[in-house]
Write a protein that binds this ligand. Structure first.
Ligand code: B1M
Length: 214
């Protein structure tokens, strides 16, 4: 029987082919899809997040790991029910209006997927109305906005205001991040939290979901 630890280690090492093989092996041996995600893929990404936080590994390592994890997710996904997919939470991510920086936001998206979240990435230069539409379409219980420019961070506030105006603000948690913003700014604009890096964003998203369910 293949082991969950071997899958986690393959994720940490960023070995996509090995991740796929270990994932298929575990499923073939009768492991539950949810278990493969939690004890194998997510456990691996948790280790990656931890090492990234301690500066033991760097952004390229995280990207390789996240890509490898996604290869494993692609194998497991068809085995999951719709309910199981939605369980961890749905995050809609975007870089705010006027801003095209997306490297950090993509990293956040990959880490969130690694943690089992369903992620819709609206891309860059995202209008407040597009975030609102995504909430209306039921794609989000968490909105995640990124901004790298002091000139565009104001559009996070615009988005929070647009959510309020549409009456949807209480339906979602709002998380912000990116080099231009801070915890203080999150408070100032009425967001629910700030993630200093991709690992912190995952922790925050998990906290939001835990609060919602309990
Ligand atoms: Co631009 N740029 N740039 N740029 N760029 C910065 C941000 C800048 C600090 C450079 C500088 O002057 N020292 C400066 C901003 C100054 C300011 O406003 N304070 C700047 C500028 C001025 C500009 C232009 C205006 C330059 C010009 O044209 N005159 C222009 C603006 C274009 C626009 O957006 N409208 C511009 C353009 C570009 C490029 C297109 C060339 C390119 C972007 C390519 C791309 O992203 N596809 C670029 C780049 C690469 C940078 C730097 C060099 C690197 C940014 C980056 O990717 N960092 C940057 C200087 C720097 O930071 N050293 C700079 C790596 C990334 C992993 O970190 O994005 O911070 P970061 O993400 C982190 C965390 O912040 C957090 O997690 C990530 C992982 O730990 N995080 C979140 C991010 N989003 C999150 C969301 C969350 C939670 C956490 O929840 C939702």
């Amino acid at each position: 029987m293949p082991e969950f630890a071997a899958l986690s280690e393959a994720v940490v090492a960023g070995e996509g082919e090995k991740v796929k093989a270990e994932t298929e092996g575990l499923l073939g041996a009768g492991a539950a899809p949810r278990e493969v995600i939690e004890k194998g893929l997510i456990a691996g990404m948790d280790m990656v997040g931890e090492r990234f936080r301690k500066w033991e590994i760097f952004i390229p390592d995280v990207l390789f790991a996240a890509r490898a994890m996604q290869e494993g997710m692609a194998v497991v996904r068809p085995h999951l029910s719709e309910g199981e997919l939605a369980e961890a939470g749905r995050v809609v991510l975007g870089t705010v209006k006027g801003d095209v920086h997306d490297i950090g936001k993509k990293l956040v998206g990959m880490m969130l997927e690694g943690a089992g979240f369903e992620v819709t990435d609206l891309g860059t230069d995202v209008e407040p109305a597009a975030f609102v539409e995504a909430v209306k379409d039921g794609k989000a219980n968490i909105i995640g906005m990124s901004a790298l420019l002091t000139t565009t961070m104001v559009n996070m506030k615009e988005t929070v205001e647009a959510l309020k105006e549409s009456g949807l603000r209480d339906n979602v948690k709002v998380m912000i991040g990116g080099a231009a913003v801070s915890e203080e700014y999150a408070e100032e604009i009425g967001a629910d939290g700030h993630g200093a890096d991709a690992a912190a964003a995952v922790e925050l998203a998990r906290r939001f979901i835990a609060e919602r369910s309990g």
